[in-house]
Design a protein around this ligand. Structure first.
Ligand code: SF4
Length: 428
């Protein structure tokens, strides 16, 4: 079987194989990118990859083949109200002059390599507003809990395959992190019990032994603790407090108590470090494993570099957005509308680049190499699959050019920087 997009586009002897990783989400699946004449013909799962055993989802396999966005191939600088093509020297000089005057805010995609994020962090180390596009939504509850506990507490993706109970809390594994969802589905025929706790009515609900729909995922944590406490009074009060069906909560408690190898999968709906720490306590008591799902390819790395704060403009004179090949959200575009000066480093044209005063064109995921820290703390390397067009810089080279122009000393000690903060996952 072969997908329609890739059919008749090259025999196996005519294509080049590039074993790399998918940067679309924090699972970091290994994949084989098949290219011919510097174009992607097909993307397959890498059967030798430790993370995903050859399985990839539609975001890794098909979406890159259906890329409709327009590439930016030349730097641009706004002059007399219009964006005009410029040299790299002029664009970087214009940007550096603006960044040198008044305070700057900076925001970076979590799809950038660790090398690039580390340079970004150093460039904007003096700024009171340097963060990532995720703004910590996907990571900060687990990251802060790890700091407060003083040690990592998370397990590995393969624990899902050996579990006898899976508790999915505040995550929709059909919409995102799909390969983790495939692992869940793959384990169900073995008799594993499935408890889903989610507000939105997860697509996994039809497969669940118990589906709980609490007022919030955070509120469900004390309710689950009460269900495990053995106290009927606490159970009744907790069910009422979290707006949960009493019998469903009781059943969830019984299933969790009976489990010997439970795995708790946390999504971004779990928002408070207190809820995570309470789950760590529950997990310790029941010998369960916790795994938080995080966001894009380098969500965990951005968090380790402290790029995990809510983005806020507060009188900043300039804003620098290192978008890479990410897509800006409407929320971000609206929030940047009043920025006095906007610079965007991007691979693709967007509403944000159209509003920018300086645009720096950079390579996309398949055109640059770099390291990524997946959700379970596994450090992996993405390799180059396509040769970029002349005139594009990698994100790393663009940051280094800006550092030179600013007279800023930067280093490549990203591995050390990643370990300066206690991580929720054990890094390897
Ligand atoms: S699960 Fe994530 S990393 Fe894996 S193929 Fe899908 S989007 Fe890519």
């Amino acid at each position: 079987l072969i997908d329609r997009v890739s059919a008749y586009r090259g025999r196996d002897t005519q294509v080049e194989h590039h074993k790399t990783i998918c940067t679309a989400c924090s699972v970091g699946c290994g994949m084989d990118v098949l290219t011919r004449d510097n174009q992607i013909m097909r993307i397959e799962g890498d059967w030798e990859a430790a993370v995903n055993d050859g399985v990839i989802c539609k975001f890794g396999r098909f979406l890159p083949l259906d890329e409709k966005r327009t590439r930016i191939n030349t730097p641009m600088v706004r002059e007399n109200g219009a964006l005009k093509p410029a040299t790299w020297e002029k664009a970087i000089q214009t940007l550096a002059e603006k960044l040198g005057k008044g305070s700057a805010a900076a925001i970076a995609s979590t799809r950038l390599s660790v090398e690039a994020l580390h340079l970004f962090k150093q460039l904007f180390a003096d700024s009171d507003m340097a963060t990532s596009l995720e703004e910590g939504l996907e990571t900060s509850a687990a990251a802060v809990a790890a700091e407060e506990l003083g040690q990592p507490f998370e397990g590995k993706l393969e624990d899902i395959l050996h579990a006898d109970l899976l508790l999915i809390l505040g995550a929709d594994l059909v919409e995102a992190h799909q390969v983790a969802g495939f692992f869940v589905k793959r384990s169900l025929p073995t008799g594993v019990k499935l408890v889903v706790v989610e507000q939105g009515g997860s697509a996994l609900k039809d497969l669940a032994d118990v589906m709980l729909t609490p007022a919030s995922a955070d509120a469900a944590v004390p309710a689950l603790a009460a269900a495990l406490s053995g106290s009927e009074v606490a159970l009744v009060a907790a069910a009422a407090g979290a707006k949960l069906n009493l019998e469903d909560l009781r059943k969830a408690g019984s299933l969790i108590k009976a489990a010997r190898r439970a795995v708790i999968l946390l999504g971004k709906e779990v928002t408070t470090p207190a809820a995570v720490k309470a789950l760590v306590e529950l997990a310790k008591a029941g010998k369960a494993v916790i795994l938080s799902l995080k966001g894009s390819g380098n969500s965990l790395a951005a968090s380790q570099l402290h790029l995990d704060r809510p983005f806020k403009l507060n009188g900043h004179q300039s804003v620098f957005v290192a978008l890479g090949d990410d897509e800006p959200t409407q929320r971000l575009i609206q929030r940047l509308e009043k920025a006095p000066f906007l610079a965007v480093q991007a691979a693709y044209a967007s509403q944000l680049t159209a509003k920018a005063d300086v645009v720096l064109p950079v390579t996309m995921w398949a055109e640059e190499s770099g390291h990524f820290l997946n959700l379970e703390g596994r450090l992996q390397e993405a390799v180059v699959s396509l040769t970029p067009a002349e005139g594009l810089h990698s994100n790393v080279d663009a940051f280094k050019a800006l550092a030179r122009q600013l007279g800023r000393k930067v280093n490549d000690q990203w591995e050390t920087a990643l370990k300066e903060r206690v991580a929720p996952a054990v890094m390897a």
